[in-house]
Design a protein around this ligand. Sequence first.
Ligand code: F1X
Length: 397
Amino acid sequence: MPHTPAPDASDVPDLPELPDAPEIRIDVPGSFPRAVFRERHPVLIGQVLDALPYGPRQRAALTELLARSTGGGVLEPPDADTPDGARWRAWGAGQWGRRWDEAPFLWAESWFYRLLLEATGWFRPGAWQGVDPFAPFKAAELAGPAVDAELAALEAESGRDALLSAALWGNRADLSFRLTAPDGSAESGLVADDSARLWAVLERGRGGRVGVVADNAGRELLPDLVLIDHLLTTGLAGQAVLYVKPHPYFLSDATTADTLAALTRLRTAPGKAAAAIGERLWRAMGEGTLTVRTHPFFCAPLPYDAMPADLRAELAGATLTVLKGDLNYRRLVGDRHWPPTTPFAALTGYFPTPVAALRTLKSDVAVGLAPDTVSRLDATGTPWRTSGRHALIQVHG
Ligand SMILES: O=P(O)(O)OC[C@@]1(O)O[C@H](CO)[C@@H](O)[C@@H]1O
């Protein structure tokens, strides 16, 4: 589907014509997407098989998924009687009958996670229905020493930029990324920083509703919640809505269950400040100033410019919508080989509200960068787009 800005992008002055950018695909030898399928997914399936005592039927289905998705299998539409069968048949129009490696990266990855969930028995009545295959990994992370240290750090007074930075870099903690990324690759800085604009947009809409489209559970969601608490306690937001996935997705993506686990971790933290944040957020949910919501489209294989009218209406009216993480970024700007200097505003003008992206760079797509930043990054000779060592804060609104 060609990515065209919607008409309300006309409030953005002097934007150049969008270049014709090809979709990112998985059939390019040596590419990052191909490595995701050939290297990351086998590790992931192996870990899922080790983590829970699935029976022979599920084990066979998971192994077959891996073989088909990496071995040129054909994309077959879901049974119409699965709960999301009709939806997926429509989302996959144009893909069914093609080979896996002919599908766009964004679409194929999303379908892979949907099939993984089906293979474990998530959708079908039975003992494994609704059992999150990624729960063991999420639980281990949430109980781990890194979270202890991050919660302890909340006891020291921190300014709003530190809270924003924690939510931003929390996106590095994505468990699927860490399946194959080298350990200990240090953070190396922001390649775009619209944080001043982010605070200005929030000030302008002080007291309004702020939406946060969550990405990963655990070490990313905790600082997201802390940031939401800051927005509510300072009055920058009168109301906050946290949008989560309707079911497990991309390994560590946050669901409602993960949100409750994170809130409980905060409330039961030994430190007073962390526990108080957990308590306030718990109360805010009861009072309706913090709401957790979801929508099937958050697990769709499509860019956000294809969002359905009901989701558009749901998001509309917020003073700012914050999109967390790499996958949300790919969906926001379109998963394409854009020239990295393509203006962020030119690609996001269709969004129903002012929008902020908080993302560490973990895939090929990059936009809104200054030419000298691109030259500097290219000159490093490192895979700066995919290493997770760089991050950005971009705002349009
Ligand atoms: O959205 P997130 O959690 O920041 O990142 C998801 C991610 O790790 O998954 C894909 C590979 O599986 C990459 O495109 C992307 O970097």
